[in-house]
Design a protein around this ligand. Structure first.
Ligand SMILES: Cc1ncc(COP(=O)(O)O)c(C=O)c1O
Length: 350
């Protein structure tokens, strides 16, 4: 005999939301503004409006065919089970090779961790390291998720405002002034979301000189937009520019932007083994491994020669590709910004 079921939201009573049920931690954070504005743009597009979304950083070309094919092969080969928590060994080898090839950084596979997107990588690192009162220096304007991730992990975000007159880059003096005995991390994001500001090697060296003098500060370099640069901008990452910082730098990256794989959810990082193990520990008690299929797709992305967008791309003398197919709308929608801005769709090849 069937029984009538009345649905009732246990968290609300007469429409009043029981805030007391939710954790104090959650009360400190806001939902992702990027996701909110992206959902809104999607909604309006679904209503037939001509919308250019400037929220989530989405390359407007498809994931390259060879990567899609690798994923299909992985499915057909039954590579659809749990994997090692923080990445299959062959992907870690490929990531270590990428760091050496593109960044001149030597990491062993044991120094590499793979997560469900760059976002999970950063989150794992914060959860693994932050204690109440620990401060994280975040150059502003910043990717909106940084402060909330820090707060969720129990730390205190410390924004340092990068001024328009300085092309939205912070100075060595500003960094020096922001460091306190409680500073645990300095987040470095170049090219930056949202400003697109890219630090030259010399500008970065000025910051790393400060960091060398403060051995308690660790560096989280979010290199997600490494390949979305233009003109003759040369990407540089802290551990490469200042080898003295290698032992306290987490170099973070992912395939989301460089390979148009935002939906596949693969991010990665390399750093000291003890930190990498702690991050894997966090992941083991939350999501476990990132999608097995996406890992094989990422393996193809990082090991195959880049052959995507061949008909629409043209190689320039600087060894870069201009994504003509993808660029027209985007270029029309973006005001000129500082050199190296990431909203450009010229992709530099290794
Ligand atoms: C600066 C920055 N870091 C990290 C990420 C996260 O990338 P993923 O989609 O791989 O989680 C984003 C995504 O927009 C980003 O803008």
């Amino acid at each position: 005999m069937s029984r009538a079921v009345t649905t009732r939201d246990p968290l609300s009573e007469s429409g009043v939301f029981h805030m007391a049920f939710l954790s104090d931690t959650l009360a400190r954070i806001k939902p992702s503004a990027t996701i909110a504005v992206t959902n809104k743009a999607r909604e309006l597009a679904a209503q037939g409006r001509d919308i250019i979304g400037l929220g989530a950083g989405e390359p407007d070309f498809d994931t390259p065919e060879n990567i899609r094919e690798a994923a299909k092969r992985a499915i057909d080969a039954g590579k659809t089970r749990y994997t090692a928590v923080d990445g299959i060994p062959e992907l870690k080898v490929a990531i270590a090779a990428k760091f050496l090839r593109e960044n001149g950084l030597t990491y062993t596979p044991a120094q590499v961790t793979v997560g469900t997107g760059g976002k999970q990588i950063l989150f794992n690192a914060f959860v693994a390291t932050l204690n109440p009162g620990d401060e994280v220096i975040i150059p502003a304007p910043y990717w909106v998720s940084y402060p909330d991730m820090v707060l969720l992990a129990g730390g205190t975000p410390v924004p340092v405002v990068a001024r328009l007159e300085n092309d939205f880059k912070i100075t060595a003096e500003q960094l020096e002034a922001a460091i306190t005995p409680k500073t645990k991390w300095f987040i470095f994001n170049s090219p930056s979301n949202p400003t697109g500001a890219g630090y030259s090697r010399d500008e970065l060296k000025a910051l790393t000189d400060v960091l060398v003098r403060h051995p308690h500060v660790w560096i989280m370099s979010d290199d997600m937009y490494e390949h979305l640069v233009f003109d003759d901008f040369k990407f540089a990452t802290p551990a490469e520019v200042e080898p003295a910082l290698y032992d306290r730098t987490l170099t973070c990256n992912g395939v989301s932007k460089a390979y148009a794989m935002t939906g596949w959810r693969i991010g990665y990082a390399a750093g000291p083994v003890a930190l990498i193990k702690a991050m894997a520990n966090v992941q083991s008690q939350s999501t476990s491994n990132p999608s097995s299929i996406s890992q094989y797709a990422a393996l193809e992305a990082l090991t195959a020669r880049r052959t995507f967008c061949p008909t629409s791309a043209r190689r320039s003398s600087g060894g870069a590709i201009w994504w003509s197919r993808c660029s027209t709308r985007r270029r029309a929608s973006v005001a000129p910004g500082p050199r190296g801005r990431s909203t450009s769709t010229r992709i530099s090849l290794p």
